[in-house]
Ligand binder design. Structure first.
Ligand SMILES: *Cc1c(COP(=O)(O)O)cnc(C)c1O
Length: 421
């Protein structure tokens, strides 16, 4: 189905009142029975389509978070829903003890899309990153010749790669670590994109550099042009693997299929997740060339659900939707439009607007007192955003967004800055 054929709600500001008693009850259930590891906005969603979501009280919102870029293809894309349902009727899970008829084609299609010869499927982003770390360490010992137990991996300040103990071991966000030690050793953290610091941090035991081409959770932090290329060269000079974590930056978000395409700085391996399933099902992958992926032998690594036919079928269709609907090009076009109109906002509360493709961080001055009340005011006008790192409003709508929807969203943002100014 063409995007333009999907019904789009009438674009009018919805000034939403407080959640109903029914919505409050649902929030209370989460609060009463859930672990308190999140602090969501007071909105209870029940339905989605394209860029839009509806709450239990019938209010509609333009989703400008897109589940942290997992729903690049839009909510409930009809093609993804169809494949999910059809495959669920046929076969959902085999484990990797047996072959299934979706996995091989999925691996080939991810390989064709990424240009890497081998693909290792997992489920969540964190698992894909763990897989990459394991591959790099093992390559260090088996191929580079690093002494057992000595491998070092260099990462960057402000990184986000998931929540496992090994991954938070190299986070520099105190809250992600507090109370979770002892931590996994073997990581060095240097300032983001700092090539001189990288040169200084390298030792004979360095096996890999793990980098987000753009830091999403970090607040849409974009390194200076040429950084990826220079890091690629340094890694080549020292026989070090370069791994890009493209779980959020990949699959169109930045206006290129992968963020590394902006600089033609091909890594040795890459992690994918989030939009790899269009948000329909958890599907992630680590991709690499033969020399790196060959370190894995049967029994070395695995996952009960990784590569299951349901996820593989949905992943195949999610890739086809990105390509068939020209979503990468649309991200570039709509991103340019969004950014241009947003920059007309010359509000004194705004410290900086950072943007690549359809990924925008509006950082507010610290004196403004945080971005959350802006996100709450936007929600009241029908735009869902979530603050990141207290002071930054992150804008990352599904890549199916249209020009009218972009203009409407920017109008709401301007109105909120006027209200709160
Ligand atoms: C979201 C994200 C992850 C972790 O993915 P999960 O599916 O939440 O485990 C890893 N790296 C980056 C860059 C991400 O944005």
């Amino acid at each position: 189905m063409l995007r333009s054929a999907m019904p789009v709600p009438r674009l009018a500001p919805t000034v939403r009142s407080a959640p109903s008693a029914a919505a409050r009850d649902l929030i209370e259930l989460e609060h009463r029975y859930g672990a308190h590891n999140y602090h969501p906005l007071d909105v209870v969603l029940t339905r989605g389509q394209g860029c839009w979501v509806w709450d239990v009280d019938g209010n509609k919102y333009l989703d400008c978070l897109a589940a942290y870029s997992a729903v690049n293809q839009g909510h409930n894309h009809p093609r993804l829903v169809r494949v999910l349902v059809e495959q669920a009727h046929k076969l959902a899970l085999t484990s990797r003890a047996f072959h299934n008829d979706q996995l091989g084609p999925f691996l080939k299609e991810v390989s064709d899309l990424t240009g890497f010869s081998r693909v290792l499927p997992m489920n969540t982003g964190a698992e894909a990153v763990e897989t990459a770390l394991k591959a790099c360490r093992k390559w260090g010992y088996k191929v580079k010749g690093v002494a057992d137990g000595q491998a070092e991996i260099i990462v960057f300040e402000g990184n986000f790669a998931g929540r496992t103990i090994s991954i938070v071991s190299f986070s520099d966000e105190p809250q992600y670590r507090d109370g979770f030690g002892p931590f996994t050793p073997g990581f060095k953290v240097i300032p983001y994109g700092d090539v001189e610091a990288l040169r200084a941090a390298i030792t004979p035991n360095t096996v890999a550099v793990l980098m987000e081409p753009v830091q999403g959770e970090g607040g849409i932090i974009i390194p200076p042009a040429g950084t990826m290329r220079r890091i690629r060269e340094i890694c080549d000079d020292h026989e070090i693997l370069l791994i890009f974590d493209e779980i959020q930056s990949g699959l169109g978000r930045t206006g290129c299929m992968f963020a590394f395409h902006h600089e033609d700085a091909r890594p040795d391996g890459m992690t994918l997740g989030k939009a790899l399933s269009g948000g329909m099902y958890p599907v992630s992958a680590f991709v690499a060339d033969d020399e790196l992926m060959e370190v894995f032998r049967p029994g070395d690594h695995g996952s009960t659900f990784g590569g299951n036919p349901l996820g593989a079928a949905v992943g195949r269709e999610a890739i086809r939707v990105l390509l068939d609907e020209g979503l990468v090009e649309n991200a570039a076009r709509m991103g340019a439009r969004f950014g241009q109109h947003l920059r007309e906002l010359r509000d004194p509360a705004v410290k900086e607007i950072r943007q690549v493709g359809l990924w925008i961080g509006v950082e507010l001055h610290a004196e403004v007192g945080g971005a959350r009340r802006y996100c709450e005011a936007l929600m009241a006008r029908g735009v869902l955003c979530k603050e990141t790192h207290t002071h930054t409003i992150r804008i990352a709508p599904p890549l199916v967004i249209t020009a009218d929807e972009v203009d409407w969203a920017v109008e709401q943002i301007h109105a909120v800055f006027d209200e709160l100014g």
